[in-house]
Design a protein around this ligand. Structure first.
Ligand code: PRP
Length: 185
């Protein structure tokens, strides 16, 4: 059995670090400062975390923000798993609990890959007439973009590799790794 703070050898062997814990922490701090400055005059910002992958990023980012905010969650899943379906189609499976009409809203994603999920969410939420609506993602893969979606706060651009850790999974594994790793196939 591995001792505290270590990961089992069979897990770590398949992974190579892309963004280490210090780099993530530093960038999350910068984003929190930038967001806090931009919303300094807002009574209460609504952060909407997109489940599941954003939960760790959201937890760290929100604790480093200095503006009052509330936390909501939303969850989607992609349709398009059968060949006959639209590969970019997205389905809402869990909605926020409170009305966002007239509120300042910031959507928090772990990763923007093709962009379909974020584009769908921004359309969905903007129809509810928030006072403002912006997006924040820790990671973006520019080489995978299929739709043009605005990202207001961006942590890192990465190449087209499968990444895990810091909330991101492969078959529900690796979400709690403290760093972001490329999963070697
Ligand atoms: C990931 C990620 C985004 C979406 C991005 O979620 O959290 O929501 O994919 O992909 P796109 O830009 O191609 O639409 P995933 O479906 O892996 O679910 P999870 O967050 O529950 O792991």
């Amino acid at each position: 059995m591995a001792s505290a703070g270590e990961y089992p050898r069979h897990v770590s062997r398949a992974l190579s670090t892309l963004i280490d814990e210090d780099a993530i922490g530093a960038r999350v701090g910068e984003l929190a400062a930038e967001i806090s400055a931009d919303y300094a005059d807002v009574d209460e910002l609504v952060l909407i975390g997109v489940l599941k992958g954003s939960f760790i990023f959201l937890a760290d980012l929100s604790r480093r923000m200095t503006v009052p905010h509330r936390i909501e969650f939303i969850a989607v899943s992609s349709y398009g798993e059968r060949e006959s379906e639209d590969p970019g189609a997205v389905r809402l499976i869990l909605d926020v609990r409170h009305d966002i009409g007239g509120r300042h809203v910031l959507v928090i994603e772990d990763i923007v890959d093709t962009g379909h999920t974020l584009a769908y969410l921004m359309r969905l939420l903007s129809a509810r007439l928030p006072e403002s609506l912006k997006s924040c993602t820790l990671i973006r893969k520019p080489d995978r973009a299929e739709v043009d979606v605005a990202i207001d706060y961006l942590g890192f651009d990465i190449p087209d590799v499968w990444v895990v850790g810091y909330g991101l999974d492969y078959a529900e594994k690796y979400r709690t790794l403290p760093r972001i790793c490329a999963l070697e196939r």
